[in-house]
Design a protein around this ligand. Structure first.
Ligand SMILES: [Zn+2]
Length: 68
């Protein structure tokens, strides 16, 4: 072990930049922004899976378009 390895750092899953580990409220992300990016990404994904798809098990086309 080297003396330089006292600070734990890892890669931010969102942007790939080195992120501090200790004392980081947004870990494993480097910042709040990256945390929100990742969170919104999987929320969006979860929403699609638990949405219309589950009824038939197949993707369905939108029959109604509202406000788009
Ligand atoms: Zn980041």
């Amino acid at each position: 072990m080297t003396a330089t390895g006292t600070k734990k750092q890892h890669k931010c899953p969102a942007c790939g930049r080195p992120a501090p580990y200790g004392g980081n409220p947004f870990r494993p992300f480097c910042s709040k922004r990256c945390k929100m990016i990742d969170l919104s990404a999987w929320l969006k994904e979860d929403y699609c899976i638990s949405g219309e798809w589950r009824e038939t098990g197949e993707p369905v086309e939108r029959k109604e378009k509202r406000g788009e």
